[in-house]
Design a protein around this ligand. Structure first.
Ligand code: NAD
Length: 370
């Protein structure tokens, strides 16, 4: 059993601390029952850190993040800090973490759990059993490419522009994450670009093709234009196993895919850095939802996205696949028993708050581990 893994917990703002509390209970349960000891530190980020320390993330917190084996992040932001100034806003915390830890591969699973199959806006027979993984390049591409700006042309008209740019190594490192994931899943990777109209898209396709042939001949690689991928995700999402794509296409496609599952409160994510010579890899795990200020402090938030983010952390940072699967199974069983937080209520289900949902997961873990 792995021991003393260094875990940094950053609950953040709004519902962040409420849903993170339920993860802490799962960690305590694992400490007690599964004999896994985590070396847990917790710190403030976002608005909470602005209020207490004057900055959305402190240098000492950044250092703790660099030292940690994995980071579990809640969410940051809220109306209280909306007018604080662009350079001081709570979101700087997550942007700084992503930048300084070079977290370039964003993993967004879209899974439809059987008990929630009717929560999707798509028909149940289209999404039943859905389990896809979208890998989005998250530190390059058009969101960061130079040149960018707004210029005035000789005729007095203005022109706004951004640059889509990817180097060989930037494409290879994110494609490797996609290939490796496909290897551990159903062995199928779809690389998504617009090679028909973009030079950088054609280069992306050629680079991924060459990498696949050289290093991953066992993975079934195919290519798809981004617009077709959007259509296919709605038409027949189960055709996909792993998708790898650029920053901007991944941004759009992963949001689209997440809605196939029906609820923000259910969706975890991971963002990974490069594997260092020591074998260590920076990694941050967070729910895809925000700080939900409209329900913060009411005890009604769904803690499952945060708990499932912790399960992803166990799987991808610590190789604890069995423990991750146990937590995921506990979540499915509790949903199967008909308990629901308000965001995922359906006919014939019973409404519970954050704490009761957390307790129910613990009880189910007890049962499963008995
Ligand atoms: P949001 O995800 O916080 O909320 C959208 C809607 O979903 C709200 O009605 C909310 O109540 C509901 N919701 C979200 N999570 C839920 C949960 N776990 N259980 C039940 N209901 C849930 O998005 P928003 O309202 O656009 O943003 C609110 C704040 O969060 C903003 O300040 C935004 O900047 C911030 N935000 C932060 C992150 C992050 O920290 N990574 C991500 C997105 C938004």
């Amino acid at each position: 059993m792995p021991a003393n893994k260094k875990l940094l917990i950053l609950p953040g703002d709004g519902i962040g601390p409420e849903v993170m509390r339920e993860v802490r209970r799962v960690i305590e349960w694992m400490d007690r029952r599964r004999m896994v000891t985590f070396d847990v530190t917790e710190d403030l980020v976002g608005g909470a850190s602005i209020d207490a320390k004057g900055a959305p993330i402190t240098d000492s917190c950044m250092q703790a993040a660099k030292d940690a084996d994995a980071i579990l992040f809640g969410s940051v932001g809220g109306p209280k800090w909306d007018n604080i100034g662009f350079d001081k806003r709570p979101e700087i915390a997550i942007l700084r973490l992503r930048k300084e830890l070079d977290l370039f591969a964003n993993l967004r699973p879209a899974i439809v759990f059987d008990p929630l199959v009717d929560a999707s806006t798509l028909k149940a027979d289209v999404v039943k059993g859905l389990d896809i993984m979208i890998v989005r390049e998250s530190t390059g591409g058009i969101y960061f490419g130079e040149p960018r700006g707004v210029e005035t042309l000789p005729n007095g008209e203005q022109r706004g522009f951004d640059t889509e740019t990817y180097t060989t190594s930037e494409i290879q490192r994110v494609a490797r994450v996609g290939f490796e994931l496909a290897r551990k899943r159903q062995g199928r990777l779809v690389s998504v670009e617009k090679a028909n109209v973009m030079q950088s898209g054609l280069f992306w396709k050629q680079t991924v093709t060459a990498l696949g042939a050289a290093e991953y001949p066992d993975v079934q690689l195919s290519h798809m234009y981004a617009d077709n991928c959007a259509m296919q995700l709605v038409r027949n999402p189960r055709q996909f196993d792993v998708i790898v794509t650029s920053n901007i296409f991944g941004d759009l496609l992963s949001d689209l895919a997440s809605m196939l599952t029906g609820s923000l409160g259910m969706l975890p994510s991971a963002t990974l850095g490069a594997i260092q010579p020591s074998g260590k890899r920076h990694a941050l795990y967070e729910p895809i939802h925000g700080s939900a200020p409209d329900i913060a402090g009411k005890g009604v938030a769904n803690p499952l996205a945060q708990i499932l983010s912790f399960a992803m952390l166990l799987r991808y940072s610590f190789g604890m696949d069995e423990d991750a699967a146990l937590i995921e199974k506990a979540c499915v069983n509790v949903l199967g028993s008909g308990l629901r937080t308000a965001d995922i209520m359906g006919p014939g289900t019973a409404r519970v708050g954050t704490g009761v949902m957390g307790e129910s997961i613990l009880r189910e873990l007890e049962k499963l581990a008995a």
